[in-house]
Design a protein around this ligand. Sequence first.
Ligand code: TRP
Length: 427
Amino acid sequence: MTVRVLTGITPSGTPHLGNYVGAIRPAIAASRDPETESFYFLADYHALIKVQDPTRVQRSTLEIAATWLACGLDPERVWFYRQSDIPEIPELTWILACVASKGLLNRAHAYKAAQDRNREAGEDEDAGITAGLFMYPVLMAADILLFKADRVPVGRDQVQHLEMARDIAQRFNHLYGPHFVLPQEVIDERVATLPGLDGRKMSKSYDNTIPLFAPPAQLRRLIMSIVTDSRPPGEPKPTEGSGVFEIYRAFATPEETEVMRRAFAEGIAWGDAKQALFERVEEEIGPLRERYEALIAQPHLIEEQLREGARRVREKYATPFLRELREAVGLRALDKTVVAVRQPSKPKGSRPMFKQYREADGRFYFKLVEGDRTLLVSKGFDSPREAGERIAALKRDGFSAADTTVALSEGVEIETVHQALARLREE
Ligand code: TRP
């Protein structure tokens, strides 16, 4: 069975060598795996959350699309499309918003960080925070769930969003039947983080980047400006901690890297090492830059490709699946048979309930039990009030695997907990 792998790319900012080595190059290599069905899309609705300058949104979308195509993404073998060309995504976003718990979204790191900044600045905690930022995880869940993705490669900062997507999918499945596949994040631990001009991780926020498609003269100038120590030519240089060496290694073969390692040991001059680095990077990037420039000069070709990608992926997946989901939630043609609604009868005796207790350590605990099974056990709280508040929050917002105050008992499926909490809520 082929595995579905889905990658979302937010079109904001100009890609740099770090993005290329850490994300673009490995993702494109992975797209060639015959065992996978790959989805790559430009998350331009997500970009609107950050960028409210229309020309920048448009320009970034063009640049990022051209970058991925120039680097070898093949729209004939992967699904390549633009989020805003798939009306099923915002439609699904609403349907999911109606099952996602607000409490879950309240706990999103990005939203909480924005609130923390406001509080520190003495402002109202929601000052300047849009509902779009708050809803970001729901939109992302729709991106993923609409295509039944099994795997989603992401950075560490996105793991919580995947947990939320699973949580939302489970709630939906519980309410309406098993329509969604639960996606799994894939974090590539080897992902190279490239050092930037100043030796820290190459990142836009440090302003130490080398743009991926800088013209050769600028590329050379930037490489020449990489910070080094002051060892003179002839003095051996450690490769450890050398940005020049690290970037070289990210582009070179193992053999070439060995040759460079020896040159360092033999005291190669920094200027010569940097010249070699420039030449090695240019050897790989030069042909890509040429393709990139040709693509950027013909935006209509990219536009056509994206539209065609969206048309095909909608026809094959998005449109029929959304039809199924609308049916599932009751957005149905009125002339179809209306089925009487029956309440499922609840078996007596095995009602889920929370039990609070105190342990020998003097702290306050609770557990969620159903019949003679224990589903959840809490950590110790300092007061019964705190434990009670946590119970109330669980009843209200549901349980997430990311929750550190309660633990799933061994052998218990998270789905069982969702169902038990849903039953408690109905009572
Ligand atoms: N939030 C992701 C990021 O900033 C981009 C993204 C949007 C995404 N939708 C997605 C990634 C769906 C994976 C799956 O990197």
